[in-house]
Design a protein around this ligand. Structure first.
Ligand code: AMP
Ligand code: GLY
Length: 357
């Protein structure tokens, strides 16, 4: 099969690597103009713009959510309606003027993970909503541990990947802003009760998709929080998470394309798979760009480029999230931190507190 992966971040680098390593792929092409047999969509923007519907109408097989269901990510209010109609637990909506804190402000549009903030005071709420510059709503604050549960809907059933944990905040400070993701690991160790409730939730999601006549093959990401002895949905994305995709693909022991095309269930290696984001100072608002990067050699760490520019034989930082470094084993973060410290890049920034828990 001739395969094209749309997108060019660290998640897509990992996807391209998995596709290239698959015996089902004869050629990996750069663009949909090169007549691929299959297009896999990475980021949400082309999905929400309706490009899956477009390429499908040209007869190309696509892995990506269609325009109608992309609203699960592009409109948080549409997602809320989907959850309520299908009896899926989620946070309650509150009146916009509600003055009980903490509460959660959510922009109703695509914001690359930066349109949500837990606010602890009226002042924090006012500052954030003024900056947002788009419609928003307020919801109840839920307290608990979060997991990212990524699934593949193959048109008739859900194939679920193991739970991953993502570190969304810029730092360990509860008031720090949300980012696209500063690190991740998988699998997440869950209690039997949590596993049982997860199966119940995933069955509900599958039934909801089937009952709402979902006719696509694509990824659905459920952002879940464990609270009040059950899983509550915080958000849906219509794509794989970044950096969650990198950690799942590096834990897989079977062929990723076989999962997508032959209904195979994922099989995993033993141990933990981890990823640490190397960002640039100033991220998420104003990242410093243009630093030369020199990477140490290591056979234990894989480096995916997230925001990097290549000029001749040199590489330079060119975005907020710059590198996604991945490792695998019993204590992968120890390996990643040792490596991260040795990366040469003037305005390098990474969280120092990420670990498996
Ligand atoms: P979202 O993009 O909706 O997942 O929100 C980003 C992050 O904000 C989540 O990963 C949570 O850490 C936090 N968050 C969102 N909604 C809530 C909520 N209702 N209660 C507590 N935290 C939330
Ligand atoms: N890492 C969170 C996301 O991709 O939405």
């Amino acid at each position: 099969m001739k395969v094209c992966v749309i997108g060019n971040g660290a998640r897509e680098e990992a996807l391209k690597e998995a596709v290239k390593n698959s015996p089902l792929c004869s050629e990996l092409v750069e663009s949909p103009d090169e007549n691929p047999d299959l297009i896999i969509f990475g980021p949400e923007q082309p999905i929400c713009d309706g490009l899956v519907d477009y390429y499908q109408s040209k007869g190309i097989r696509c892995i990506g959510v269609n325009k109608q269901f992309s609203k699960l990510e592009s409109s948080k209010l549409y997602a809320k309606k989907f959850m309520v109609e299908n009896n899926i637990k989620c946070a309650k909506l509150l009146p916009v003027e509600c003055d009980i804190f903490p509460q959660v402000v959510k922009a109703d549009g695509l914001c690359k993970g930066k349109g949500v903030k837990v606010v602890f005071s009226q002042q924090e709420k006012d500052e954030f909503t003024r900056k947002l510059n788009m419609p928003y709503f307020i919801e109840e604050f839920l307290d608990g541990h979060e997991i990212s549960l990524m699934s593949y809907f193959n048109g008739s059933k859900l194939i679920n990947f193991c739970p991953a944990r993502d570190f969304k905040k810029l730092s360990e400070d509860a008031h720090s802003p949300n980012t696209g993701g500063m690190g991740a690991y998988c699998p997440v160790d869950l209690t039997q009760n949590q596993i049982d409730k997860l199966h119940i939730y995933l069955n509900k999601l599958e039934t909801a998709l089937i009952n709402s006549k979902a006719d696509f093959t694509g990824f659905i990401y459920s952002g879940l929080i464990w609270t009040k002895e059950d899983w509550y949905v915080l958000e849906y994305n219509v794509r794989l998470g970044d950096p969650e995709c990198q950690v799942i693909l590096n834990l897989l022991d079977n062929d990723f394309l076989s999962i997508l095309l032959n209904n195979e269930d994922p099989v995993y290696k033993k141990g933990y798979s981890a990823c640490l984001t190397i960002a640039a100072n100033g991220y998420p608002d104003n990242p410093v760009k243009g630093d030369e990067i020199i990477l140490p050699n290591s056979d234990k760490v894989k480096v995916y480029f997230a925001g990097v520019k290549k000029v001749k034989n040199k590489i330079y930082s060119d975005g907020g999230r710059v590198l996604s470094i991945c490792s695998f084993g019993e204590k992968p973060f120890e390996i990643l931190y040792e490596y991260a410290k040795k990366i040469k890049m003037n305005n390098k920034f990474f969280r120092k507190d990420i670990n498996i828990f």
